[in-house]
Ligand binder design. Structure first.
Ligand SMILES: NC(=O)c1ccc[n+]([C@@H]2O[C@H](COP(=O)([O-])OP(=O)(O)OC[C@H]3O[C@@H](n4cnc5c(N)ncnc54)[C@H](O)[C@@H]3O)[C@@H](O)[C@H]2O)c1
Ligand SMILES: O=C(O)C(=O)C[C@@H](O)[C@H](O)[C@H](O)COP(=O)(O)O
Ligand SMILES: [Zn+2]
Length: 370
């Protein structure tokens, strides 16, 4: 049974709500409930999202604020940079934003991570609201307070933990998402099933048609379930001292591929490729069976995600993984499956094992594996 609200623990005292809605019409009421009305509002969005949703959100905010400005960032991962954060600071200073004022992230994970980072650092921290408009942002990036930017093309190299005050989901924003971008979100959704909930993973396989056809009930149920998994993990370990790193399954290789492909492959697609490596290593360690390994790959394929990559070699991917933030004293903290539906962090994966797993996802030429 899905509810239309979830409360996520922010610190020992406070929680923030994730609200699940079908339009933007409740946003101003939510702000009033949180006593966040009558503040200057800055909506940060991107060049693709602005023409579709900016005016509607602005109108809604006009019910609770006299000053609303907006910043339209160029869309795309290649713009997740410190230069764009500086751009945000400049707008805020010009409009005299103070510590009580609010930032709104209207967009996907790129806008969310950058707006959150600007909010974490402007005046040493102001409040911000997540309004995620991609599936990936709704099930993953808008929750848990990881914010930041890429630096020298290293993924999320500079950032801060800064929790939002509210996550406002309008599930209908997914109607305007391309199939490819929808599938990117499925990379993180399938990860949730694999790392923490086998029944959910099976449900995702069974409900593929409904999900891909954006059946409202199936979609709402799926987003809710993924949010519960993400909420549970981040509440247990908000600043990734331990367990939270399981949310990184597929990301060590994934981030390396994302960087080496100059962000031409999307995050969710790279996570999918990295997930194959993680599942392969779990198979080689005897933790999952061949059938289970195949079933994980089948699920990724079924949701139109890549399970291989062209134009890279194992050595360069391995080298790129060495600059991953999950390195600890020269050892990679790699996320493996202890069993289907349960992941753990393993610090014993060797370079030879890594290389073997990377070989599995390399395509020499021609078509990608399907
Ligand atoms: N903070 C976290 O916990 C966390 C978790 C997962 C991913 N991430 C980060 O999130 C980013 C990926 O997020 P993403 O996949 O949302 O990418 P994105 O933000 O680049 O959005 C993808 C594309 O979709 C467009 N778009 C957004 N909403 C739309 C809509 N409703 N209709 C039509 N187009 C729309 C955007 O303009 C963009 O071109 C990566 O930078 C990744 O590192 C962060
Ligand atoms: O919330 C988390 O924790 C995650 O790891 C979620 C990931 O899906 C996400 O891509 C995150 O941004 C990765 O964080 P990083 O610290 O490994 O860059
Ligand atoms: Zn991710």
């Amino acid at each position: 049974m899905t509810e239309n609200i979830l409360q996520v623990k922010r610190n020992d005292e406070f929680y923030y709500p994730i609200v699940f809605r079908k339009n933007f019409e409740d946003l101003s009421n939510q702000l009033k409930t949180l006593e966040l009305q009558e503040r200057k509002c800055c909506i940060v969005t991107d060049s693709n999202v602005a023409p579709i949703y900016l005016e509607t959100v602005k109108k809604e905010l006009e019910k609770v604020s006299d000053t609303i400005i907006s910043i339209i960032l160029p869309a795309g991962e290649e713009n997740k940079t410190l230069a764009q954060i500086q751009n945000i600071y400049e707008h805020l200073i010009k409009a005299h934003f103070d510590r009580k004022d609010l930032l709104f992230a209207l967009g996907g994970g790129v806008v969310g991570d950058m707006t959150g980072f600007a909010a974490a650092t402007y005046l040493r921290g102001i409040d911000f609201i997540q309004i995620p408009t991609t599936l990936l942002a709704q099930v993953d990036s808008s929750i848990g307070g990881k914010t930041g930017v890429d630096f020298l093309q290293y993924k999320n190299m500079v950032g801060a933990f800064h929790q939002p005050r509210l996550v406002y989901m309008n599930v209908h924003t997914l109607d305007t998402l391309s199939d490819e971008l929808f599938s990117c979100g499925m990379g993180e959704v399938l990860k949730h099933g694999l790392i923490r909930d086998l029944d959910y993973f099976e449900w995702l396989k069974e409900n593929r048609e409904k999900v891909l056809n954006l059946d409202e009930d199936a979609l709402t149920e799926m987003i809710y379930k993924s949010c519960v998994i993400k909420k549970t993990v981040v509440e247990n370990d908000p600043t990734e001292k331990g367990e939270r790193a399981v949310l990184n399954m597929g990301h060590t290789v994934g981030h390396a591929v994302e960087k080496l492909k100059n962000f031409k492959l999307l995050h969710g697609q790279c996570v999918s490729i990295g997930t194959v490596c993680a599942c392969y290593l779990s198979l080689k360690r005897g933790l999952i069976t061949k059938e289970e390994y195949e079933s994980a790959l089948e699920a990724l394929r079924a949701y139109r995600l890549p399970i291989s990559v062209q134009g890279l070699n194992a050595a360069e991917i391995l080298t790129a993984t060495k600059s991953d933030k999950k390195m600890e004293q020269g050892k990679i903290k790699f996320v493996l499956l202890e069993k289907m539906g349960y992941a753990y962090i393993d610090k014993t994966v060797t370079d030879e094992e890594m290389k073997e797993a990377i070989e599995v996802v390399l395509e020499e030429s021609g078509e990608e594996k399907s």
